[in-house]
Design a protein around this ligand. Sequence first.
Ligand SMILES: NC(=O)C1=CN([C@@H]2O[C@H](COP(=O)(O)OP(=O)(O)OC[C@H]3O[C@@H](n4cnc5c(N)ncnc54)[C@H](OP(=O)(O)O)[C@@H]3O)[C@@H](O)[C@H]2O)[C@@H](O)CC1
Ligand SMILES: [K+]
Length: 512
Amino acid sequence: MYSKVVKMKILNAIQLKEVDQLTIAAQHISSLELMERASFALTQAIERDLKDVSGYSFAVLCGSGNNGGDGLAVARMLQDKGAAVQVYLLKASRYSDDNLQNQKKVHPDFIKSFEAGQPPEISKDAIILDCLFGAGLSRPLDESYRALIESINNHPNYILSADLPSGLQADVINAADAIVVKATKIYTFHSPKLAMLLPQHQEWVDKYEVIDIGLDPQAIRQQHVDHYYVTEQWASAKLKARNRFAHKGSFGHALLIGGSYGKIGAVRLSATAAARSGCGLVTVYIPGCGYTPFQASVPEIMVLTDSNNNHIANYPAIKPYTAIGVGIGMGQEGPTGTAFVKLMRSLTSDTRLVLDADALNLLATRQDLMANLPPNTILTPHPKELKRLIGEWTDDMEKIEKVQNFTSLHQVIIIVKGANTMTVLPNGGLYFNSTGNAGMATGGSGDVLTGIITSLLAQGYAAEDAAILAVFLHGAAGDAARKEWGEESLIASDLITSLGKAFQHLRSSRIF
Ligand SMILES: NC(=O)C1=CN([C@@H]2O[C@H](COP(=O)(O)OP(=O)(O)OC[C@H]3O[C@@H](n4cnc5c(N)ncnc54)[C@H](OP(=O)(O)O)[C@@H]3O)[C@@H](O)[C@H]2O)[C@@H](O)CC1
Ligand SMILES: [K+]
């Protein structure tokens, strides 16, 4: 398309407006032409999704601003492609200039005006295109819009939103009772808006696609942000080339420490995921009871055992390994805790470390040990483990702020798992992941992630790249696994089997 921005910035509404203006100046186009471009790209995406729009009828609901202007332009383009289109235009005392220009380009017979308090009757057969409000929504919708938005949400056909689901404010926490369109799919311009990525807004955001509208790269570069969206382009650019002359020693040696009676499988998942993620050698350190099943089932992995049969009570020498993952299925038995403290005290500033599960729970009870963590240690808590580390939060914004404070205070990286998993760096930079699906909310999925991260770290990836790339690959493997098995039957082992596809896909989108 127009720009090749590999590190996608999540711009706020003010920044989008500014970039919009700078793009117009830099590319010598009018704002109407930019709207035409955005609308064309949106029409193309809709046409691609529906295969052919000519058999469909659309009800395009337009507001008074530029989101409504987009709607009017898309309505015209859909009509040109043979779709049956009716525009419903919200009555307003003022319309934006480009909105007015686009009103003139649609035949008046196809435009019906309506008041917010009197929602139009929309044919059940029509697909709704929601272009009432976009990034310009400056305050929550008031009660006078409730009937309209509810009538949209009760519509039996597809509901497609342009840029944002109308009613959702782009950059803030929206109240739980906010009046917001629940779209089947959102086509969002340039980058997802922050509000679309926050777990507490999940009721309003299901499927979305980012539509490139060719905003000026130089203008985007000027914008200061803390929030990024990890695209496939970024991930593929970060994937290291593998030297043809390499041998197994070239790709590092990962050590995974964990397991307890009944939870040896967790380490097996982690270790296999590490081996399937490019690591040259993988060793596990587990309680004695795991030795035979492990050796019998995964011949590629070396096994060291603790003198204790049921849980870990000691730690091996860590020197031979290029990265270490600790905590998977480990439990918090008394001797395990004591051994964990010893391990923490044996770390040096160049130890490359991932802490997961019970290692995080033990750390939460001994926060004095934070000082022993090497810089850029990666922590992978699930929500409960995160709360033990950083305390409670009242909303997602506060959660983000607390995680940022924690990572900068302790110079660590935290991966906050969930839909759009967030990786937060020591400098406060926050990366939202773009891959993965609900099928991955299954036991062992986190163990697989820890294995991938440890493997990438062991291979010499910079810690921040290892964290962000591992999260992307984990999600991409989940997406590949979903295609094969579906969300319901997806289990963590399927993620490992699908890792090859995720790597191959990324590798194939690299130029060299
Ligand atoms: N950025 C880009 O690069 C590009 C952006 N493009 C498009 O522009 C869109 C942004 O357009 P926009 O700024 O005109 O705002 P929009 O969302 O249409 O709404 C504004 C209207 O709503 C009103 N209003 C606000 N809050 C309200 C409330 N609670 N209740 C009631 N009314 C409320 C507000 O009135 P006021 O605040 O003055 O009362 C104003 O009249 C963006 O989402 C994208 O679709 C593309 O065309 C091309 C490239
Ligand atoms: K909208």
